[in-house]
Design a protein around this ligand. Structure first.
Ligand code: BG6
Length: 478
């Protein structure tokens, strides 16, 4: 970047994590069981994570131990501090505060844990950025209430959010309500309905209609949390959080363009509601055509308008491509309609690598919602090899991060997009959310633990650690 194209001062260079993927200690200090605790790890022969109704012997539940951050955070924060992180995104495990989700009063031990964590971060000049619900709602709310299909959960979430804002508002300025609320666009995949909304549907239920209802309840809960936060402390900023995945038309054929447009409308209507305050017209019509029950009550319109989020937290890993369907219907089926994009490379887990897609989507966000955005996840899952001398040469990770940071900087300095920060995923190796693997490593710091939980749990800096440290110190000089 030339001199006049400098990154803004105060830009939040950070790292990102989620409680269930790092904390372990799944039953310590009164913690309740979360939906993540009930997911067994996937294996080569059994590639999808299975939700078990009880803990089954012989199955592996990696979130139960993760990387033991619940205990090791003081030492890990030392490493983050040396790295120069200005921000760390964490989530508060709902089940540490309200173990079953429906209690009336919070668990003091849980609150105290996060007090200590935030104090430690602040003492190192690292700003905590907090997600309230990151794929880890209380399992009890699934069993007893049927997950987010049930409007009663709005009250429970509002209570949880309010307890957190009241307790931590002096320590945490940036919040997010629901992590990647739009993953459930792929409602044909039960994994996403469970992770986003705690839904375990039976075959007779209409999964798409259920998804719209559950997501609506979450968005009302999110809006109520925003309203509560602003009442408690007007300086708090509460964000929506979306997985931003540009979906390109495979060709310039008008039919391909139409389906790509619908795919983007469908995948991002959550943003229209959470950042724009109302449902888009095409979707209201879609509900009618599909004969779906309208998911909202009369009073919700006002709440959604008043509880518009202050910014968008986004993850960016890859882009997708789409082609018109054989039946020519302009209807989006995320599970079946996507096609290979021949112009981009893929990661070892088959995720399409597209740095320019980040610049594209940051511009798209600015144009569509005109709100600040914050990149709260970006990174690459890869196999790492520890050399005999203990070093880890992850040049592929440096290359991925560098190319994405470069495109983000162009979006900021050339296109004028308002981006508050960049929290890479993740400063340290953690349990993968989709597969439960440890070997799908994202970290700048290696954790000596394997898929079954074996290993010393010792930390080692990878080459990418030194690279990111330099990047932060220079405020983004690539
Ligand atoms: C996002 C999630 O989907 O991507 C994270 O918010 C997750 O929780 C990250 O870890 C990477 O995905 P995965 O499945 O490789 O861990």
């Amino acid at each position: 970047l030339s001199k006049e194209m400098k990154m803004p001062t105060g830009f939040l260079w950070g790292g990102a994590t989620a409680a269930h993927q790092i904390e372990g200690n799944w039953q310590a200090d009164g913690k309740g069981i979360s939906i993540a605790d009930m997911m067994a790890a996937a294996t080569v022969t059994e590639p999808n994570r299975v939700v078990t109704k009880s803990i089954e012997s012989g199955k592996i539940y990696p979130n139960h131990w993760a990387i033991d951050f619940y205990n090791s955070y003081p030492q890990d924060i030392e490493l983050f501090s040396e790295l120069g992180l200005k921000a760390l995104r964490v989530s508060i495990a709902w089940t540490r505060i309200f173990p079953n989700g429906d209690e009336l009063t919070p668990n003091e031990v849980g609150l105290k844990h996060y007090d200590d964590l935030f104090d430690k971060l602040l003492a190192h000049n690292i700003q905590p950025i907090v997600t309230l619900s990151h794929f880890e709602m209380p399992f009890n709310l699934v069993k007893k209430y049927g997950g987010w299909l049930n409007r009663e959960l709005i009250t429970f979430f509002e209570r949880f959010a309010t307890a957190c804002f009241e307790r931590f508002h002096k320590k945490v300025k940036y919040w997010m309500t629901f992590n990647e609320i739009n993953n459930q666009t792929d409602w044909r995949n039960p994994h996403h309905l469970y992770q986003d909304s705690g839904l375990l549907l039976d075959k007779n239920e209409n999964a798409e209609e259920s998804m719209f209802q559950a997501a609506h309840n979450e968005m009302v809960a999110s809006a109520k949390a925003v309203i509560a936060a602003h009442k408690i402390d007007n300086s708090l900023k509460v964000g929506a959080m979306l997985a931003m995945v540009p979906i390109y038309a495979l060709t310039a054929k008008p039919q391909d363009q139409l389906i790509a447009q619908r795919a983007m409308q469908y995948r991002y209507y959550y943003g229209d509601v959470q950042l724009g305050g109302k449902y888009p017209k095409w979707l209201l019509n879609y509900f009618k055509l599909k004969k779906f029950k309208m998911p909202f009550l009369k009073e919700d319109a006002e709440i959604l308008k008043e509880g518009v989020c202050d910014y968008l937290g986004l993850s960016y890993y890859f882009s997708l491509a789409i082609q018109a369907r054989a039946d020519k219907k302009v209807e989006y089926d995320e599970h079946n309609d996507l096609v290979n994009n021949p112009y981009v490379e893929k990661s070892q887990w088959g995720w399409q690598i597209d740095p320019e897609g980040l610049r594209y989507i940051l511009n798209w966000i600015q144009d569509r919602w005109d709100k600040p955005s914050m990149i709260v996840e970006n990174g690459i899952g890869a196999y790492d090899k520890v050399q005999a001398d203990g070093t880890i040469h992850d040049d592929y990770r440096i290359e991925y991060l560098k190319k994405h940071v470069e495109q983000m900087e162009l979006a900021i300095t050339v296109d004028g997009v308002d981006v508050l920060g960049y929290c890479m995923w993740s400063p340290i190796d953690i349990v993968s959310a989709s597969t439960g693997e440890m070997k799908k490593r994202y970290g700048l710091i290696y954790v000596d633990r394997d898929d079954t939980g074996n290993g010393t749990n010792a930390r080692k800096k990878k080459d990418s650690y030194a690279w990111y440290k330099k990047l932060i110190a220079s405020n983004g000089d690539i």
